[in-house]
Design a protein around this ligand. Structure first.
Ligand code: ATP
Ligand code: MG
Length: 174
């Protein structure tokens, strides 16, 4: 899977709609401290289905919505759109939107889907929200200090079998 484009609106410090094209090859994000580099990476994880607010440096999931500054009012919602090309050559557009008091909603290629469906798409592409392919600040230390059970989950994701667990859980609750 190849990420082509990221659109953000009201997500953390990206209060005005912003669009980034992701070209093939290596992409670097540079800028002064606090300019929003980590927020960009978090936007990618968020639209891919991240369910832990804490791992996005927030107390609750609504903390991803622009909180306002002295000169700008807070936003009522945050939206991130990730456009990608799949390994099979298909176009994929995933949208996640959160509104205050209303939780998250997802769309894939224009259709309303469940968080679970989005998780499966990326688990199958072996680039899930917690995939070792996305290494955030402090994550290396976290891997080294992880308990064996936590490290096992990371290895399972790296081995590409995380999607099977999602399906097993789903089957067990039916
Ligand atoms: P560093 O180089 O220090 O790692 P960075 O470029 O990664 O910095 P980020 O951590 O992405 O910077 O951005 C931090 C900024 O985002 C802070 O100014 C913070 O106030 C702002 N921010 C985070 N969440 C929100 C929010 N919900 N609303 C408004 N601003 C936010
Ligand atoms: Mg950072």
């Amino acid at each position: 899977m190849h990420f082509r484009r990221l659109k953000l609106s009201g997500f953390k410090s990206f209060v005005e709609p912003a669009e980034l094209r992701i070209e093939p090859g290596l992409t670097g994000v540079v800028g002064p401290n606090g300019c929003g580099k980590s927020n960009l990476l978090e936007a990618i994880r968020w639209v891919m289905g991240e369910s832990s607010a804490k791992s996005l440096r927030g107390g609750g999931m609504e903390d991803v919505i622009f909180a306002g500054t002295a000169s700008r009012p807070p936003r009522a919602f945050a939206e991130v759109v990730l456009s990608a090309g799949t390994a099979a050559g298909e176009d994929l557009e995933v949208v996640r939107r959160i509104e205050r008091g209303a939780g998250s909603a997802y769309r894939v290629n224009g259709r309303d889907v469940r968080a679970k469906d989005v998780a499966l798409i990326f688990a199958d592409a072996a680039t899930g929200a917690h995939s070792p392919a996305l290494v955030s600040q402090g994550r290396i230390a976290a891997v080294i200090n992880a308990k064996p059970t936590e490290r096992r989950a990371m290895l399972e994701e790296a081995a590409g079998i995380a999607g099977l667990h999602v399906r097993r859980k789903d089957a067990e609750t039916r």
